[in-house]
Design a protein around this ligand. Sequence first.
Ligand code: MLT
Length: 327
Amino acid sequence: MILLGKRALLGAAAGLALSAPALAQGTYPTRPISMIIPFAAGGPTDTVGRLIAQVMGNDLGQTVVVENVGGAGGTLGAQRVAQARPDGYTILLHHIGMSTIPTLYRRLAYDAVNGFETIGLVTEVPMTLVARRNFPANNLAEMVQVIRRDRDRINLANAGVGAASHLCGLLFQKALDTAVTTVPYRGTGPAMNDLVAGTVDVMCDQTTNTVEQIRAGTIRGFAVTTPSRIAALPDMPTAAEAGLPNFEVSVWHGLYAPRNTPAPVVERLNRALVAALRDENIARRFGDLGTEPVAVARATPQAHREFWQADIAKWRPLIQAAGQFAD
Ligand code: MLT
């Protein structure tokens, strides 16, 4: 007779628990899963999504198909998932915008707070203050002087109200006490094309989109928005070092499913996410791009729900005090 220890018995029970609803659904997943990225292809959210989708698909035994649904600062993609069948075949990769959108947008066609099940946290990405290659400044202090002097001619790119680049751009303009013209795109992938082309002047964007362009010299990097320098850009000063204290912004990214997606399905998706967070290639690629997978303990569905709800509450009074809303 084989004596099963308590842990093995619990594991077997959990497996049975998972298999019951999953079997009822034909052993989830039985077909490809759609991962909605609420911004255009080629941007930082898309980059993170495509990297984890590959590993998650391997773990799930089904392809995780990335689909870009951009527009309206990431709300159109979020809406698509909030209104999808809660069957585990449509998931959302989004970021800090999930915390600012509930306050910034007052007339949404979906419930921005209660319309989702949390699958887990993925990564936190630093941001960089960048400009077109021929921007007439040698450092952040000079960049600030030029922006203040030429404020009526400077164009700052972002991915629409509610995007991380929008939030960082707001904080940057507040720190400078200088308002400039903002140019919204369906993602900072397309925005980066115009920055490289020199048709837009400055942007605050995530390292996952800027590190390779900075290294290639196609854009100029002036500061990173983290408390200390990052290994991917060792020569890049922090904003504090460069004369802009208390300017720290990092963009967390999380995975979501429609509200009422069955718990065993959410748990199976979380297991696939954890496989991605533990994957060596993901760790290496994220490191190349200035970020890293979050610790697995932070990546549970419950941990992310608590983190997300607290972040919504943190941003609400700040946004309401600024009085700038998307609608
Ligand atoms: C953002 O600004 O929120 C993101 O960079 C948008 C994107 O991923 O394109």
